[in-house]
Structure formats: C-alpha cells, structure tokens
Design a protein around this ligand. Structure first.
Ligand code: ADP
Ligand code: MG
Length: 350
C-alpha cells in the first residue's frame, strides 16, 4: 500500500494558481525529492501535506487514512525547515526531548529515545551543550533529531541544507539519506538544487509553475527527460541545445542519419540536446571546431567550443586548450536527445 497519496491537489492564493492538480504516490520508506525552481510551489505542497495550509481541492492520504481534513497535529508528520530554530537556552538533550514532553511521553522513555537519536545523529557527546556551542552542521542535526524523535509516519524536509556551506551540504546529504534509510521513514525532501536531487532521491518529482512535469528515478530524468525544461534543469554544466536541420537525408549540424522519430513524426523544427560529458575532444574525432575558452574545475576542464557557429560545452576534459586552438571532437550518438522546438517535448522518449 502506498504511504503517501496526493490526488489532484490544487491551491490558489488570491488570483494566483500556485498548485495545479498535483497527483503522486509514494511507497513506504521511499525518499522523494520535490525539485523545482524558486517560486514553483514546493513549499506550498509540503505545507498542504503537513496541514499548515488547506488545499482548495484534492485529497491527501497518509497510509490508509485520509488526512486532508485533519489538523496538522493529528497527521503525525514531522517537518524541518531551512531556518530551523532550536531553543537557545536549552541543552541539546532538552531540545531533543521537547516534542516528546509536549506529547506527554514518560520520563524513562524520553531518556531512552533521546539517547538513541543522539547516537544515530552522532550527538552523544554534545547532549549537555547549548545550541550556541555547536557548529552549523551539528545544529542542523539537532533539528533533524527533533523531527525524527517523534517517530512520524512522514518526514517533510523543506530545503534543510540551503544555509550550509558547500562542504557541509555534501556531507549532510549523505547523512540524511543514511538516517532516512535506517529509520525507514517515508520522506519528501524539497530542494531547488538539481545536484542534491540527483544524489539523494530514490525518485524525483520535478515541479514547474505548479505542475509536476516529470517524476521518476534520477537516471530517468537525466537520461530520458520528458521535455527541454527537464533536460535544461538537470545537469551541470547545462545540456547543449543546438538547432537541427534536415538536409539531403542528413541531420545537420553533425551530418548524422536522420533518426526514425524525426522521419515518422514530420516535425518541422527540431532541437538537439547533447550532454557536455557526451562530447570528447580527441585527435580521432569526426568534427573540427575551435576552442572559445577553457575553465579549470578541479576534476578537469570545461571547454567551450565553436562548431559551425554553435556553442558546445564539453566537460570532464583532462587538459586545457588555448583560445582559438583548432581541435577535433566526437559525439556519443546514443545519448543524443531530440526535442520538438514548438512543444519542447522529447521526441526520442518513445
Ligand atoms: P517554492 O517553495 O517552490 O519557492 P512557494 O510554494 O513558497 O514556492 O511559493 C509558490 C508561489 O506561491 C509564490 O509565487 C509565492 O509568492 C506564492 N505564495 C506562497 N505562499 C503564499 C501566501 N501565504 N500568500 C500568498 N502567496 C503565497
Ligand atoms: Mg520554498
């Protein structure tokens, strides 16, 4: 049985339709990343699930229970926000114990569960410290601890890592996944960061302007994006998009045989998507281009090429090249994507 079901959820604020017919199902223990640009409705969606906001229409089920008419406190859902707030005058132990105390849990069990949560979160040595004595990452872990200690049916995380520096963010991603798997709590994790979504999600639901535009595994969305929007949103550096033209039975600018989808569909304007890691600069390459720029990225160079007036970004190059230098490159054909320039739909998806 699915653990969370959203059926046709819609929500407006005044004249603005913020969520439009959101439907999804999550299985028990799954980690779903709700991804999308700022303002697309991610937080509103979480707030509807948590009961902090009421939907205009639609249904929400947690396990077998329909919960959309229940108050927030009756839904057994825990939420962690970007701007988590701990009680500054209370020790870590008291901060962790607080939700249990409010819920009327007995003293002995509180002590047990605080100790257990602290162990899981690596906070055992910090239980007597005040939040002011902790690092940013430790404070964030206490905030997570305070949410999981109630053993919620559902765990909702709204951009909990946005305030952390890059290094810590990377570690906390892995930490959250580890804790989530260990507890087995069904979790919706909201972020606008595509890398976070790709690394953390069992599945990703990509939201744009209040609609789910695609839902699937990270690999699905990356390799088989439903539309140009999805292809553009995932991946860094961004996917290359070039205008394709059919000429003399060939598809320009790469002079490839015209793929079947394009022959059958009678599509006039086609855009071709080429991932930066699908292009390789080497003397054995088929195509000749000029180097526009080289940028050092630590794990390699990102090279900008000019190929017949198309700009192509190439990632993961071992060596830099001089500006204006002529080079040869090849393209991994099976990873090319084709989009209808008008509808922006992925034509190669079938
Ligand atoms: P996200 O979390 O994806 O950045 P939000 O769900 O916070 O997006 O907001 C989506 C849209 O709804 C935004 O345009 C925002 O201004 C609007 N919005 C959110 N909450 C309210 C509110 N309480 N009243 C009016 N407009 C709101
Ligand atoms: Mg938000």
């Amino acid at each position: 049985m699915p653990e969370l079901i959203l059926k046709d959820l819609s929500k407006s604020f005044g004249p603005t339709e913020v969520l439009k017919n959101i439907s999804l199902e999550m299985s028990d223990g799954e980690l779903l990343v709700l991804l999308g640009p700022s303002g697309c409705g991610k937080s509103t969606c979480l707030r509807l699930i948590a009961g902090l906001e009421e939907a205009d229409s639609g249904e929400i089920y947690i396990g077998p229970r329909r919960v959309d008419h229940l108050s927030a406190r009756d839904r057994n859902v825990a939420m962690v926000f970007q701007n988590y707030s701990l009680y500054p005058h209370m020790s870590v132990a008291k901060n962790l114990a607080f939700p249990l105390k409010v819920a009327g849990v007995g003293k002995a069990e509180i002590a047990d569960r605080v100790e257990q949560a602290a162990r899981m979160l690596g906070l055992s040595e910090k239980l007597q410290d005040k939040p002011g004595q902790l690092s940013g990452g430790q404070r964030q872990r206490v905030a997570l601890g305070r949410a999981i200690i109630r053993k919620p049916d559902l765990f909702l995380l709204d951009e909990p890592l946005s305030n952390l520096d890059a290094d810590l963010r990377g570690r906390m991603r892995r930490e959250i996944v580890r804790i989530q798997k260990q507890l087995g709590v069904t979790t919706v994790h909201v972020t606008h960061d595509q890398a976070e979504a790709l690394t953390m999600g069992d599945r990703i639901a990509l939201l744009n302007e209040g609609r789910i535009v695609q839902m699937g595994s990270p690999q699905d969305l990356y390799r088989r994006p439903a539309s140009l929007f999805v292809a553009n949103f995932l991946g860094h550096p961004k996917i290359n998009v070039v205008t394709a033209r059919m000429y003399d039975g060939m598809l320009l600018p790469f002079g490839l045989p015209v793929p079947r989808v394009l022959l059958d569909g009678k599509i006039e304007n086609v855009l071709m998507g080429v991932r930066p890691e699908s292009i390789e600069i080497s003397s054995a390459g088929h195509y000749a281009a000029r180097v526009v720029s080289s940028e050092y990225m630590g794990d390699g160079y990102v090279i900008e090429l000019d190929y017949k007036d198309n700009r192509l970004t190439v990632s993961q190059c071992a060596t830099p090249f001089g500006e204006g230098e002529p080079v040869k490159f090849s393209v991994e054909r099976q990873s090319l994507l084709y989009f209808d320039a008008t509808s922006q739909a992925n034509l190669s998806a079938e």
